[in-house]
Unconditional design. Structure first.
Length: 504
């Protein structure tokens, strides 16, 4: 009653100071699903008592009229922040009464976004027109690997992408892609993709000059994903790949009429030896050679430095994504490559009948499913988000902020493999047994962890020396990426999914 009497005054009060009193969330206006999750966050920010189900009535759950006004204001400022122009009336509190569930409110708000896009180009929060062609062309290096195939799939599903140019080392890119994407349960509709055989180590990417200049004219964004994921190679052996980064800068700089940013897929291996766990690794260039422990990380570090320099000297913008551990898929199809360190550890554990009780420093590397990392990369690259070219710059940390406890996964592994895993032992005992198993040569398929013995040893030694996971600053990634904000930890169910896919 009192609220009703003073409703006009309250509305006026919020009007005069709305930006100070309500918090705008970053709305993902590029997809209706992403948008709905963020509207739920918005409702949650106002209705602090508990998380509402998407179909639950706000008022039945206890939202009061003051909160309805607050919610309408929060919606208005969030839409404005996302560059959507909305009349004040379109976001009045009566709108909340007319759309009293997350689903209904999201559908209503998304219709405002669509109407806005039909009327003109979007702007960013500061009212600046976004430098975004409605139908962008993206080039991706290596679409046939684990992460690359998801990057390709998700990019092609983006309605505002007209074409994806796939730079692969394979001569028969389309054929290989069809095989890889089929095995991962991804789409094989490549009608908007062009597959090209390139050699990044060669000037002009090994393409004929006519094709090179056509592409330099056509491409809007470059995502550089190709790299040998090899922890034994010295930095000198990565030289052709470092040269490839330089050649991609030339390619980007060639586009005279526009700015073509480069997203570089880097790794937390570039800051592996961060020595102050109490200080977060900042999201900025850290060209300190001693921070990268092995050739792989060093090669990414030197490449990042080339990109930083190119931004300064040639104005070619780049965003460098330091990625943590990419793990298997959330999806039912696909498979985490069984040659990698964790699948190999599981396979050899089944062979040895022993499972380690700890993964030492390896359990704490921000394990993120491949779909999640692909989504983060595309969000921070302005492919599935509305980031301007100016915003696609600097350093981003992409990893799962929710730490996976190995101890939480052991029971599901024991249950899945039953008597084939007889005992859980310390990591040192497991390494010892693995070492001894070499005297009975078996196929690498049955005991693949033998190849990575040194890698497991260094993890165990690192733990003894007190090495901890590198603490990464994430605020910027979280604000630029819806996926990072929502990422769930690796659950025992997900581990079971991978076991079913491996079929060890
Ligand atoms: N997996 C992780 O946990 C992780 C963590 C941090 C960063 N990263 C980075 O993520 C990116 C993708 O890795 P991924 O996990 O998807 O590994 P992946 O499945 O091994 O994919 C690597 C891709 O790079 C290509 N490649 C490998 N060696 C090459 C060479 N000598 N010349 C040209 N291309 C080559 C491969 O081409 P083919 O398909 O023709 O073999 C493949 O498509 C890499 O840049 C990697 O450094 C991965």
């Amino acid at each position: 009653m009192v609220e009703k009497l003073y409703a006009a005054d309250i509305e006026g009060f919020f009007d005069n100071s709305r930006d100070k009193l309500v918090i705008a969330v970053d709305l993902d206006v590029t997809s209706e699903t992403g948008f709905m999750h963020l509207v739920r966050d918005l409702v949650q920010s106002v209705f602090k008592i508990r998380q509402l189900d998407t179909e639950e009535d706000f008022f039945a759950a206890g939202l009061d009229s003051l909160q309805a006004i607050q919610l309408s204001r929060a919606l208005l400022v969030s839409l404005e922040k996302a560059g959507i122009k909305v009349s004040k009336e379109a976001a009045e509190s009566r709108v909340i009464y007319a759309h009293p569930t997350v689903t209904q409110l999201a559908a209503y708000a998304f219709s405002l976004v669509s109407a806005n896009h039909r009327q003109g180009s979007p702007t960013n929060g500061s009212g600046v027109m976004l430098d975004r062609r409605p139908y962008a062309v993206h080039s991706l290096t290596s679409t046939t690997g684990a992460l690359g195939s998801y990057l390709l799939d998700f990019t092609l599903k983006c309605s505002n992408v007209s074409k994806v140019i796939c730079f692969n080392r394979a001569v028969n890119g389309l054929e290989r892609q069809t095989v890889v994407s089929t095995s991962q349960g991804l789409s094989t509709d490549f009608s908007r993709a062009e597959f090209l055989h390139v050699n990044l180590a060669e000037p002009g990417l090994g393409l004929v000059p006519e094709v090179y200049s056509r592409l330099a004219d056509e491409v809007d964004r470059v995502i550089h994903n190709a790299w040998p994921v090899n922890f034994n190679m010295s930095v000198a052996s990565f030289e052709p790949h470092v040269r490839g980064v330089r050649h991609l800068v030339d390619f980007s700089a060639q586009a005279a009429r526009k700015t073509v940013p480069i997203t570089f897929i880097s790794t937390i291996g570039t800051i592996e030896k961060w020595t102050t766990p109490e200080v977060l690794v900042p999201k900025k260039a850290l060209p300190d050679w001693s921070l990268a422990a092995i050739g792989y990380g060093q090669s990414k570090l030197v490449s990042s430095t080339i990109l930083d320099h190119s931004t300064k000297v040639s104005g070619v913008p780049s965003v460098i994504v330091r990625i943590g551990q990419v793990v298997g898929p959330r999806g039912k199809k696909g498979k985490w490559n069984s040659q990698e360190w964790l699948p190999s550890l599981v396979r050899s554990s089944v062979y040895l009948g022993l499972l380690p009780d700890s993964l030492s420093t390896f359990s704490d590397m921000g394990w993120a499913p491949v779909e999640d990392i692909a989504n983060v990369v595309l969000e921070v690259s302005g492919v599935t988000s509305l980031w301007t070219v100016e915003e696609i710059t600097g350093y981003i940390h992409a990893f799962n902020p929710k730490v996976t406890e190995w101890s939480s996964l052991i029971p599901i592994l024991r249950e899945f493999y039953g008597e084939r895993i007889r005992e859980v032992v310390s990591l040192e005992e497991w390494i010892d047994a693995l070492d001894k198993s070499q005297v009975h040569p078996v196929g690498m398929d049955n005991n693949p962890a033998v190849k990575l013995l040194d890698t497991y040893r260094s993890a165990a030694e690192g733990a003894k020396m007190g090495f901890k996971a590198v603490p990464l600053a994430i605020t910027r990634t979280e604000s630029n990426s819806f996926t990072m904000r929502q990422m769930e930890e690796v659950s025992p169910q997900l581990m079971r999914n991978w076991c079913e896919q491996w079929q060890f």
